[in-house]
Design a protein around this ligand. Structure first.
Ligand SMILES: Nc1ncnc2c1ncn2[C@@H]1O[C@H](COP(=O)(O)OP(=O)(O)O)[C@@H](O)[C@H]1O
Ligand SMILES: [Mg+2]
Length: 326
């Protein structure tokens, strides 16, 4: 009997629907799904799971360490805990540029406060002053300032000018922030990507209250809309195949018909029926159940069964990029 587990925190709808869907499909004959149960975590000792869907280890370091050991022992962990530990938004933007996917112009800012247990000498490699004028004139104002490794709209600021930026930067403590060009968009989309091949493009209005964000219609229609959807799908696949995420969302802001990737480091993306709506929920439950079953079937005992993106397999080369674009 193969086992699929799901690790989760305060979510109430998706995990149970996922478990039920897997068990309905497999009829619990040769594959069964359940909530992950942890009684003991011992080094290099196998877990009982062929596949684990991870929805929470970003907030619980104990689980992240448990998952790395599970991956070492052969569990296909969705998403790869090693890569997720290394990844952050600034790097994702850098990779997008190399892949030829439009992203807002972005700069990385040193944190307001020095990290704990460091001294002034720890920042001595920074030029004094740094090239602020060049940075600000490249990005322009208004701009967005947000953590390079964040999520859930925490510490996301819109800054109107230099003095506003410094005032807001005061509040950011030890967070490493990015300064990003504002994309004034006509449409916005949020896209699920599963298994590096399934894409669901959802119109999304980030300016509405949370419960209404998915209740929106795109403004473009007809052939232009169709072309845009094809382009978005291609960008979503390119990004996720390069990053190696099995389960992720990518957000795009559309300006002058060009989709700019805004936020694509969401490896435990919101999948609550009450926010994404019944139709999108059904899609994500079904596709993720099918993905987990396929991974359980193809799991080879004792080897690393996690997904490694093309970037991790070899540093990305021009020929990889060309292959991705085909
Ligand atoms: N460069 C940008 N241009 C326009 N809007 C942005 C930009 N960056 C962020 N936003 C707005 O802020 C929201 C939150 O930022 P995002 O990068 O998605 O952070 P989080 O990972 O916390 O969700 C986005 O959904 C979008 O509405
Ligand atoms: Mg976001």
């Amino acid at each position: 009997m193969k086992k699929i587990g799901i690790l989760f925190g305060m979510e109430n709808t998706y995990p149970h629907a996922f478990i039920d869907r897997v068990n309905e499909i497999t009829k619990r004959k040769d594959i069964v799904a359940e909530m992950v149960q942890i009684g003991r975590v011992e080094q290099a000792v196998d877990t009982e799971y062929d596949v684990i869907i991870d929805r929470i280890s970003q907030d619980v370091p104990f689980y992240r360490a448990y998952l790395k050991n599970a991956a070492l022992c052969g569990t296909a962990v969705i998403n790869n805990p090693f890569w997720w530990s290394a990844d952050e938004k600034f790097f994702n933007n850098c990779l997008a540029v190399k892949l030829g996917i439009p992203v807002p112009k972005t700069m990385l800012l040193p944190s307001k406060e020095r990290p704990t247990d460091t001294s002034e000498t720890s920042f001595r490699n920074l030029k004094f002053p740094m090239e602020w004028n060049e940075m600000f004139s490249t990005i322009g104002f208004p701009a967005y300032m947000k953590p390079h490794d964040g999520g859930g709209w925490k510490s996301v600021y819109k800054v109107t000018g230099e003095s506003d930026l410094w005032e807001k930067h005061e509040e950011t403590g030890q967070l490493v922030m990015m300064l990003q060009e504002e994309i004034i968009f006509t449409d916005y989309y949020r896209c699920y990507c599963l298994d590096g091949k399934e894409v669901l493009i959802m119109p999304y209005d980030p300016l509405k209250p949370i419960h209404l964000r998915y209740a929106t219609e795109p403004k473009t229609t007809g052939p232009a809309h169709k072309k845009l959807m094809e382009l978005i799908k291609k960008h979503v696949l390119d990004l996720n195949q390069a990053l190696g995420y099995d389960f992720n969302t990518v957000e795009f802001a559309i300006r002058d018909g060009i989709p700019y990737a805004i936020d694509f480091c969401n490896p435990a993306p919101d999948a609550d029926v009450y926010s994404v709506g019944q139709e999108n929920f059904e899609w994500v439950v079904e596709k993720s159940a099918r993905m987990a079953i396929a991974k359980a079937k193809s799991n080879k005992p004792g080897v690393n069964n996690c997904t490694w993106g093309t970037f991790m397999q070899s540093s990305i080369t021009k020929s990889d990029i060309l292959k991705l674009r085909q």
